[in-house]
Design a protein around this ligand. Structure first.
Ligand code: HGA
Length: 608
């Protein structure tokens, strides 16, 4: 969600801030703003709208350094220019950009108002600017002390950056629950809420931890805590595939990321297949063979597509390792006082590694002594650092809000984990070889599906005209159906529902009519007869059927079949989800939606 960028150094900050904010656009936002320090005063510009609108607003003389910038995804107060960040104190001396939510903002606002402060915005963020000013009024000796005093009164989540006209050499940054990191340059320093903003500037970053603050100046940085204890931190180098973040000649990031999947699956598998012992080698799990053998249960947590990928992961683990496994929405898990068992392995799934609900679930688990591993794409992200071990997807930056390559890579990572756990239990070498052969066949088969995009686009144009679409699947097809429905609704805004096929007649069959098409996942497996019965039931109610299947289905069962190549039954879901991504993409294009930045959504959900 919303983004923060900051710069201090010899260059003019504005172009750097605008470029950084542009790189964070994919996260979703509704307004943008920047503040610069110039000749002892602050210059501020904000717009309700896009970063390009902000750039167009800036006069040529809008120059200075240091500077801070923000893209806002409103939580408190409607998205408009006044509520956009930076938020200022009454004197216009202090500017604050903030991601997160100040939970006691009302209380603080009331207290400040009683002291005579007049608020101009409806945001929770504005209280921080006034609190910093109040700390100075109460005698704080420097900006760091004022920010620390202010934040000691704040309850809630924040990643924030503070600029003070009286301290034109620095920016003070703080983190509690919402990511911020520092970028280390040559005689210049950056701050960002997401490494994407720093592409092209530096690969040296310092991640702040919760409860930590930092001061950056052109000459370097210092990190410390709220009670001013120093926390020495050295930079790490980000492994960021710059090319991966560029849109190239694709119309949208989404289609680029769909088409990248042969390569991203290859990268997820690279160096992890052990042909000699027919198993997977996962160096980052930090789990000895003995510990892995003692795992009695696996519980997977994620939100949205990460949760659906987790449902497929649970089936893979049960199938291959015969260890009971289940997946649950992290956003629910964290609030239900879960029973945490020592012999359960918990797996947190998050593309960004910043999903606040998943992070909170991880922290709750660790507080109760649970062992958690992560399946994460963004290296060095908060969840990646918080967990006890894990598997990186290495899928490269996923810029489009809707998950595509991260979904399939997550399932591939689960297949490796399941193979690893399976081969140290009862999965035979022959079965291990079968799965390895299946995994290595995936990239070529994905390419074959992508080559059929034109036919899928034709079906998408029909689907786009529907008000509502049903997705059904059984067993492994069920999470595929859920993810397919999710993709369609999030990017095309066509209503979609997913049901386990056998549940249709327990209710939703009442919806089936010639106006409501059904997308059915129909793999050529032992449940084929059951699945074809479901199709007959739908066709008997004159519901149009689009099947995703291994061979063309007869007209009495399906109006259209999206034929995909056959892999191993356990791995088929990876292939079956790809035509559904392509279907959703083309439906969204036909409907002229903002494909990469669907309304109301954000890429990494860092607020509750
Ligand atoms: N609560 C602040 C910041 C919003 C945010 O973090 N969005 O992701 C506001 O509403 O301005």
């Amino acid at each position: 969600m919303c983004g923060i960028v900051g710069y201090v150094g010899p260059q003019d900050a504005a172009p750097i801030l605008l470029e950084g904010l542009g790189r964070l656009e994919y996260r979703g936002y509704d307004s943008a703003g920047v503040a610069l320090s110039s000749k002892g005063a602050l210059k501020v510009r904000k717009v309700s709208g896009r970063v390009a609108d902000l750039a167009a607003e800036l006069p040529a003389r809008f120059k200075g350094s240091p500077g801070i910038g923000h893209t806002r995804w409103a939580t408190h107060g409607e998205p408009n220019e006044v509520n956009a960040h930076p938020q200022l104190d009454a004197a216009g001396r202090i500017a604050v950009v903030h991601n997160g939510i100040i939970e006691n903002a009302d209380e603080l606002r009331a207290k400040l108002t009683a002291d005579g402060v007049e608020f101009v915005s409806q945001t929770d963020t504005e209280v921080v600017a006034h609190l910093v000013a109040a700390a100075f009024a109460a005698g704080a000796g420097d900006l760091e002390q004022a920010v620390r005093q202010a934040l000691r009164q704040v309850v809630g989540a924040y990643g924030l950056a503070v600029l003070d006209a009286e301290y034109p050499d620095r920016i003070v940054i703080a983190r509690n629950g919402s990511p911020v990191l520092l970028g280390v340059g040559e005689k210049e320093m950056f701050v960002a809420s997401d490494v994407a903003a720093l592409i092209g500037y530096t690969r040296q970053v310092v991640y702040l931890d919760d409860g930590e603050l930092a001061t950056i100046t052109a000459g370097g940085y210092r990190t410390y805590t709220l009670d001013d204890r120093s926390t020495a931190k050295s930079p790490s180098t980000i492994d960021w595939d710059v090319v991966g973040a560029e849109i190239g000649d694709h119309a949208h990031y989404l289609i680029k990321e769909i088409q990248e999947q042969p390569r991203t699956i290859e990268r997820a598998l690279k160096g992890r297949i052990d042909e000699r012992f027919e198993t997977a080698h996962l160096g980052g799990l930090n789990l000895s063979v003995r510990e892995a053998r003692e795992v009695k249960r696996v519980k997977i947590l994620g939100c949205g597509s990460a949760c659906y990928a987790g449902e497929l992961g649970a089936q893979l683990i049960e199938d291959l390792a015969r260890v009971p496994a289940s997946a649950e929405a992290a956003s629910e898990f964290r609030y239900r006082n879960p029973v945490v068992e020592p012999d359960t392995l918990y797996v947190a799934v998050s593309q960004s590694g910043e999903t606040i609900d998943t992070l909170a679930a991880v922290q709750e688990l660790q507080r109760k002594g649970g062992r958690v591993i992560g399946i994460v794409n963004v290296v060095g992200s908060t969840i990646a650092r918080q967990v006890d071990g894990g598997i990186y997807l290495h899928a490269g930056p996923e810029m489009s809000v809707a998950a595509t390559k991260s979904f399939t890579s997550t399932v591939a990572a689960f297949a490796l984990l399941a193979l690893h756990l399976g081969r140290m239990r009862d999965l035979s070498p022959e079965q291990g070889r079968r799965i390895i052969a299946g995994l290595t066949a995936l990239p070529g088969q994905i390419t074959e599906i992508i080559e059929r995009s034109e036919m899928i686009a034709g079906v998408a144009a029909e689907i786009a005209q529907s008000r509502s679409v049903m997705f059904v699947g059984r067993r492994r097809g069920w999470p595929v159906a859920r993810e397919g429905a999710q993709k369609l609704k999030e990017i095309s805004y066509v209503h979609a529902e997913a049901y386990p096929s056998a549940e249709l007649k327990h209710g939703p069959l009442a919806l089936i009519s010639p106006e409501m098409p059904t997308v059915a996942i129909v793999p050529d497996d032992d449940l084929l007869d059951k699945n074809t019965s479901t199709l007959s039931e739908i066709k008997a109610r004159k519901g149009p059927v689009i099947a995703v299947a291994h061979r063309e289905l007869p007209a009495e069962l399906a109006d259209r079949t999206l034929v995909i190549p056959k892999n191993e039954p356990e791995l088929d879901p990876i292939l079956m989800s790809i035509p559904l991504q392509i279907l959703a993409y083309h439906a969204a294009v036909v409907l002229e939606r903002d494909v990469d930045k669907p309304r109301n959504l954000a890429k990494s959900v860092t607020v509750e």
